[in-house]
Write a protein that binds this ligand. Structure first.
Ligand code: ADP
Length: 604
């Protein structure tokens, strides 16, 4: 067996195991419904072939004179046929109803699991095009292209149903019109071959479509999302966005056009094969009837059996190809669920009490890049110390914070907390150490309370009012229609509110303080605040963060006066380190120069 085939087989088997595993775990009784539906379908198909033969033969036999008996027999056969059809239709309708409900249930189940996995995945993958592409393929592969769990289990069910029907059809043919068997089988082999070629073309298109869909979707959703409305209007970017959307939509159409062009030749060959098969079959059966080898009833039965055999065998092959195809798509979901962790996970517990953070010779490059962003960083931050991180844009300040929070692992050197390499700590424990407000923090379309506490059970928690007060947000909250219960944005509530940039930033700081973690990290915490609010925040920084360790990035150097130490980042490393008093007057110093440049705007 070739390597490629082995890989496909294992993908199919893995996916089937995965799908049926979920079905057996969550809704095992549905397997019984599948079996009943399959048997009912096969019995009604077989009845549709066999019973008309007896009806016709009874009617033809009336010429022997015993009209009464033959008519009675024909009516009994017809009534039996009707009863089988009605029963099968009731079973099919009930089964389809349950199937539709379960389809939705499984789709939601699978979406939820994917969302959970995406949230647990290492942060660095959220900035990694390959991982984002894999997530997109997982989503699309599982939903649109494979039809989800039921898309695959349905195919297995059709194979089962068609197998029973094919056995019945083949049995009838062997005993009445045996030469029909090779005709049906040869034509089926040819059709299968052509269909396989078409499937291959579709699979190749999927890979290309997925990439363009992601880019097109991004542009399209940003155009349609009201939150981006301001930027789009004020920068007149709609034209450019529209052009981009059109460009990628043309690319998508191009891929579809090529797909249908490539498929056309095989479609023709399938049509010709079908026509030849039908011509030969009807000629052969007609000849048998004319020569008296079979009765008129047999003729009708042979035609029915040939059609049924062909379509059920075709159904089996279609089902198998469908399963291979669907499993190929759905396997992307399994791949994403098993996406290897980017960073090794430890299991050390973080000790109680004061913590000392130490960067020892840390250097860092982002994955898939050659450029050093940080080089030989050495710094120790003691419990309760307030460190201000300053430097020009792109100096690596945010990256320094990302490394400290272990969103990325260092490329060289090590970061220690209380003398232990941070890789040794359990992720969950380690994250509890930090409350971070990143520049690009997000508020969600939930209530303000939920945005701060990430819990809907904090109505009577005084801590939430305390942090709101500390951040200077209490007055703003008082003015909101439903106070802390007011929904942010209008996505789900027409009374929802759109907070100002400053209010959002205060809410983000409140969220960080509410977490009550030993280390508070603020990445440009006051960029959106007015000077008075900013001054207030810094003035009461000690009260705000209490005895906690605090690290904050700031462009407003006047804020550095309030902190214990300043680290100046430049040329990928910490160029200067000391207190405000030590650095502000250092001749030729970077900090001194930056401070003097800013001071002229504020002093005098
Ligand atoms: P600062 O916070 O000082 O403005 P950053 O830490 O954000 O600087 O960025 C430092 C350098 O790292 C910049 O050159 C930036 O382009 C690069 N960088 C930031 N994030 C990524 C990323 N996810 N992948 C690759 N390079 C990045």
């Amino acid at each position: 067996m070739s390597e490629k085939k082995k890989k496909t087989d294992s993908k199919v088997l893995q996916t089937l195991k995965f799908m049926f595993g979920i079905m057996l775990r969550e809704k095992p009784w549905f397997i019984v419904i599948y079996v009943i539906m399959g048997l009912a379908g096969a019995v009604s198909s077989a009845a549709g072939i066999v019973i008309p033969k007896f009806v016709i033969d009874e009617l033809v036999a009336m010429s022997d004179g015993d009209i009464q008996t033959h008519i009675t027999n024909a009516v009994i056969w017809a009534a039996a046929f009707a009863a089988v059809l009605v029963l099968a239709a009731i079973i099919a309708a009930a089964g389809n109803y349950v199937q539709d409900i379960l389809r939705e249930w499984f789709n939601e189940y699978i979406d939820l699991k994917l969302a959970e996995r995406a949230m647990e995945t290492d942060f660095q993958y959220t900035e990694d095009p390959d991982a984002l592409d894999k997530l997109n393929k997982a989503k699309e592969g599982m939903s649109w292209y494979s039809g989800g769990i039921m898309g695959v289990t349905d195919s297995v069910y059709y194979i089962f149903q068609n197998t029973i029907t094919a056995v019945a059809g083949a049995g009838i043919i062997i005993f009445t019109c045996p030469w029909l068997l090779p005709v049906q089988l040869i034509s089926l082999a040819l059709i299968t071959l052509f269909q396989a070629k078409i499937n291959k073309i579709e699979q190749a298109s999927f890979v290309e479509l997925s990439k363009f869909n992601r880019i097109f979707g991004y542009v399209f959703w940003h155009l349609a999302d009201f939150r981006f409305g301001k930027d789009i209007r004020l920068y007149d970017s709609a034209d450019m966005m529209n052009r981009k959307a059109k460009f990628y939509s043309d690319k998508l159409i191009g891929v579809w056009k090529k797909e249908s062009y490539d498929e056309r030749g095989y479609q023709w060959k399938m049509d010709i094969t079908n026509a030849l098969r039908d011509g030969i079959s009807y000629g052969y059966i007609g000849w048998l009837a004319l020569t008296g080898a079979i009765t008129i009833g047999d003729l009708s039965m042979c035609i029915g059996a040939a059609g049924t055999l062909y379509f059920s065998l075709n159904g089996i092959i279609d089902g198998i190809q469908g399963i291979i195809k669907k499993c190929g798509y759905a396997h992307r979901y399994i791949e994403f669920m098993d996406y290897p962790a980017a960073m090794p996970k430890g299991n050390h517990r973080v000790p109680e009490g004061p913590h000392v953070i130490e960067f020892r010779n840390v250097s860092f490059r982002y994955p898939r890049t050659d450029k050093w962003v940080l080089r030989n960083i050495n710094i120790t931050i003691k419990q309760g110390e307030h460190l201000s991180v300053v430097g020009l844009n792109g100096a690596g300040k945010t990256t320094f914070i990302k490394l400290l929070c272990r969103l990325y692992d260092v490329t060289e050197g090590e970061i220690l907390i209380d003398g232990v390499n941070i890789k040794e700590y359990s992720d969950e424990e380690y994250r509890k150490l930090f409350a971070v407000v990143f520049q690009d923090f997000s508020l969600f379309a939930f209530s303000l309370r939920e945005n701060i506490a990430f819990s809907d059970d904090t109505k009577n928690d005084p801590a939430i009012n305390e942090v709101i007060g500390k951040c200077g947000l209490a007055d703003d909250v008082g003015k909101l229609s439903d106070g802390l219960g007011t929904m942010i944005y209008k996505s789900f509530d027409e009374n929802g509110t759109e907070l100002s940039g400053g209010q959002k930033q205060k809410a983000a700081i409140a969220r960080a303080l509410y977490k009550n973690a030993p280390v508070v990290i603020l990445d440009e915490p006051t960029a959106a605040l007015d000077p008075v609010a900013e001054y207030d925040i810094y003035r009461q920084f000690d009260t705000l963060v209490g005895g906690k360790t605090a690290v904050y990035i700031s462009h407003r150097l006047s804020s550095c006066k309030f902190c214990d130490r300043i680290a100046v980042f430049a040329d990928c490393t910490i160029k200067e380190y000391g207190t405000h008093a030590e650095l502000a007057d250092k001749p030729g110093g970077i900090y001194a120069e930056m401070f003097a440049a800013q001071a002229q705007y504020y002093v005098g």
